[in-house]
Design a protein around this ligand. Sequence first.
Ligand code: EPZ
Length: 416
Amino acid sequence: MDKLRISGGRPLEGTVRISGAKNAALPVMAATLLAPGVHRLRNVPRLRDTQTFARVLELLGAKVAFEDHLLMIDTLGVNSVEAPYELVKTMRASIYVLGPLLARFGRARVSLPGGCAWGPRPVNLHLTGLQAMGAALDIEHGYIVGNNVKLKGATVGFDVVSVGATVQLMMAAVLADGQTVLENVALEPDVTALGEVLIACGARIEGLGSRRLTIQGVSALRPIDATIIPDRIEAATFAAAAAMTRGKIRLEGVVPDHFEAALRKLEESGCAVQRGADSVTVTGPARPQAVNVVTQPFPGFPTDMQAQMIAVCALAGGTSVIEDTIYFDRFTHVPELARMGARIELKGNVAVVKGVDRLYGAQVMATDLRASASLVNAALAAQGETLIDRIYHLDRGYEALEKKLGALGAQIRRVN
Ligand code: EPZ
């Protein structure tokens, strides 16, 4: 199994081009099922997760071809409505095919995703929303099954702000009979980007960027021809690496507003941040300062940056308090950071981080995508060598990470 060997203690310097966003590409890939035809998606990151989603689409009968970062998906020949457990268990977002299959074929058999490294991640809002739109859904042997479904417009209010449930219902509603109103929706840039892609294909959606969407169903959509937005979490992860290594990194091909909450926290910890139209330069301080963070849905501080921010605060002057309000037990990185000398006390969904002067290289294990990113950043700042095991987690969401970090002066190698 691949590992990363990192020799730390060097400031990272230079320019890095940010890839397309995994969490924006996956729903757009699902949306290709809504319209039979050849779809063109540009700036698609080459990741394990986009490969997995391509595999799901192929199993449904689509033809999928990558040419560098251009993804062509031909959904004319889609002839199956089953998304198998073997694939869905490896990537929860596979459930995004459910709404489009019900909308286009009136049938679907999609495995329930099951849990993940950090606790239960229910999909009840996806199911209750689709049921409100008239979908009779059964759970059979771990599969969500729907037959003879004719989706119709409805008003659906989400108890919790959910990215997944929002995109699921948006895709179900664009071809439904009548008008759907979605209330308390997620505002993440991936959601807005999906809305813009659907509108460009002929969908009728009002209220994008607000917590209330009104969607008038149409009879058909045109194939997608779109460019995936840049990955704000990848960008913010590099920014955090600059903060921890006294580095200076220019992030190119970004939308600064998409990760403003993370940039503001890094500024509060002492970074200098220069925002351009499509670039951001982050200069790390001699030593970061302690900050308090509470994760929230966009535009609040993203839970997908919680682990990386805990790593920054592990080296800060003072004590930081970091609360995750989205996932209460997303802290599997904490014991691994402690192996590198971090002092972090967990109290429920709150991490109290007492900053230390330095971290030390150690053998550590990646447990999920963002936890592994925090270990990479900690290793880049640490004294000595770190060996990170199970980096397949990283490959799910960071494209060519060691190549990009190497170009910034990092001593990093993939070994097995
Ligand atoms: C998306 O997951 C992202 N994944 C996650 O990023 C991210 O952590 C999360 O949004 C929050 O920002 C993708 O976009 C593929 P949610 P999702 O539905 O859609 C509860 C990464 O690192 N909830 O917004 O699964 C849920 O338990 C990944 O790239 C329900 O209760 O998250 C959570 O507390 C990890 N019932 C909250 O809502 C539901 O039916 C937000 O979850 C759905 C969600």
